[in-house]
Design a protein around this ligand. Sequence first.
Ligand code: SAM
Ligand code: SF4
Ligand code: SF4
Length: 372
Amino acid sequence: MTDRVIQLVQEDARVIPLNTAAPSQPSNRPLDVRGRRLHDLRISVTDRCNFRCVYCMPKSIFDKDYTFLPHKDLLTFEEIERIAREFVALGVEKIRLTGGEPLLRKNLEILIEQLARLNTPSGKPVELTLTTNGTLLPKKARALKAAGLSRVTVSLDAIDDDVFRAMNDVDFSVQQVLDGIAAAHEAGLGPIKVNMVVKGGMNDHQIIPMARHFKSTPHILRFIEYMDVGSSNGWKMDEVVPSARVINQIAQALGPLKPVDPNYTGEVAERWQYLDGHGEIGVISSVTQAFCKDCSRIRLSTEGKLYTCLFATKGHDLKPLVRSALDVHDVNQQLRHAIQNLWAVRSDGYSEIRTAHTTQPRDRIEMSYIGG
Ligand code: SAM
Ligand code: SF4
Ligand code: SF4
């Protein structure tokens, strides 16, 4: 068995060759150059979606002529499981399935069953979650739970039907998503987090109605600052509604809030609880308060490319290695080395250097390709 650098054919300039050589200082809990640990793996299982949210997959670009990935290019469940296993051996404790709309991937329960069997080096089962627009949960929630899914996060951008239909742009109703949340709750996939992306001028008047709707429920509503991911949403800084303003508005309208400690280092949401004891909300301030300092996330795209930052323009393609004719043991070892080497040189921190004048480069990956 020999370790080597796999030189890929550079048909795609967005791919960087893998370094599969044995690391000089191997560690089972690798730290990046800024001392950040690897904790959280997000896996995109499809680049397709049944929504056309205006801030993510605008219809003008994701139209009937848009070319999605062909099936043969998607990682198979076995390939995903093999890659995830190496990540878990290296300290990943949390795996989130995303997309596109992950519930559009056929037989997803089978993948969930495979991933739910993974244990961390200390013997704990990996925490397995999924982010979804919720519309397929009434059909799938029970099977997902039975397969071993721990929790779901459901996206919902407004409680007013007209506003929500304008945001998803394909006429899905609020009720369809609420039915999905109810089905997930009944199946035991809670506590459910509900994500609302706030886009100034579009749904910011829904902050209070959404907070009012979810107060006193077991669900945790989280407000996400609209981000400049991808290159298709025409992001502008003045459409970002700062989380501090969201918290102030809610405190004034619904009663005082107190900050709560994060569940773990690197948690992206800042947590707040109502002082009257009637629930929790969260804010994800990716734009106004960068949380790169503790960022412990890595992302695997539907076709097997690894990205060490949501704003990366280049990925590291694992597919040629997992599909190579090498011995299984050698492939697994080289995968582990490639991950260790990649994490060891990671220095990402895009949100710390973003400015109001940052433009969206044409080659930046889309949110629907890599997941949130
Ligand atoms: N389709 C699923 C959903 O919507 O939940 C999963 C994929 S979606 C890309 C994951 C999350 O990213 C969603 O909560 C979505 O609202 C969020 N998102 C997408 N584009 C965004 C943007 N430009 N800024 C902030 N959040 C965004
Ligand atoms: Fe689809 Fe989710 Fe993107 Fe909306 S945010 S278009 S539901 S992938
Ligand atoms: Fe992590 Fe990159 Fe987001 Fe910073 S910008 S928090 S490094 S994904």
